[in-house]
Structures are given as structure tokens and as C-alpha cells.
Design a protein around this ligand. Structure first.
Ligand SMILES: [Zn+2]
Length: 118
């Protein structure tokens, strides 16, 4: 038996039966689960725009550019702190095609956006 204290906490909203299944998986199976989850996202048409405002992220601005998407977002800590919300931060989001036909979404952190000076 593994020490349960070392287990990561599953994200909120993930069905418990799925959590149980994933915990039983070997690393190789987990990788396949990720691939399959991405395939399902494509199937649902949700992989087109790799930007989601789930959780504690606030998407402030999304600008399409040639080859990348510029995203400005801020986020709040799960419990909140004196500095919340954090940011806004600027990201360049690119989709990198991979040999297996999937594409990998890559978020590049570009820096903090100063909204006061515009
Ligand atoms: Zn905070």
C-alpha cells in the first residue's frame, strides 16, 4: 500500500469513480488516458481554442495572431490571499503539431501586464 499522504489531490469536479480508476493505472496507462482525453476534447470540439477560463482563471483578453494566440489572464488562489487577483499576465499560446497527429498546446509566459499604463 502506498502512503496516501503522498497522493496528489484530484481536481474538483473529477468524478470519484474516475479518480479511483486513475489511481489504479500504471504510468504507461496514465499517458494513454491523457492521449485519449485529448482525443475526446477534439471530438467535443473543445481543443480548437486551447484557452479555458476554468477554475480560478479570469481571461481578460484573447487576441488571435498569425501563429499564436495572445491571452491576458489573471487568477485567484484557491483560498484567496491579500494579493488576489494575481496578474494580469500575458501568455502566448501556440499549438504544436506532434508526429502522432495530436497537437500540444503550449503556454509561454511573457510577463506581467501593467493595465495602468495604456
Ligand atoms: Zn492570491
Amino acid at each position: 500500500m502506498t502512503d496516501s499522504a503522498e497522493r496528489p489531490t484530484p481536481p474538483e469536479g473529477l468524478p470519484p469513480e474516475l479518480v479511483t480508476e486513475l489511481r489504479e493505472c500504471a504510468p504507461g496507462q496514465l499517458r494513454k488516458a491523457i492521449v485519449h482525453a485529448q482525443e475526446l476534447l477534439h471530438f467535443h470540439g473543445e481543443a480548437e481554442l486551447p484557452i479555458d477560463a476554468e477554475g480560478n482563471d479570469d481571461i481578460l483578453r484573447v487576441t488571435e495572431h498569425d501563429g499564436y494566440t495572445e491571452v491576458v489572464k489573471q487568477f485567484r488562489c484557491a483560498d484567496g490571499c491579500d494579493d488576489c487577483p494575481h496578474g494580469p499576465y500575458l501568455y502566448h499560446v501556440t499549438e504544436e503539431p506532434r508526429p502522432d497527429g495530436e497537437s500540444k498546446v503550449h503556454w509561454s509566459f511573457m510577463g506581467t501586464v501593467n493595465t495602468e499604463e495604456e
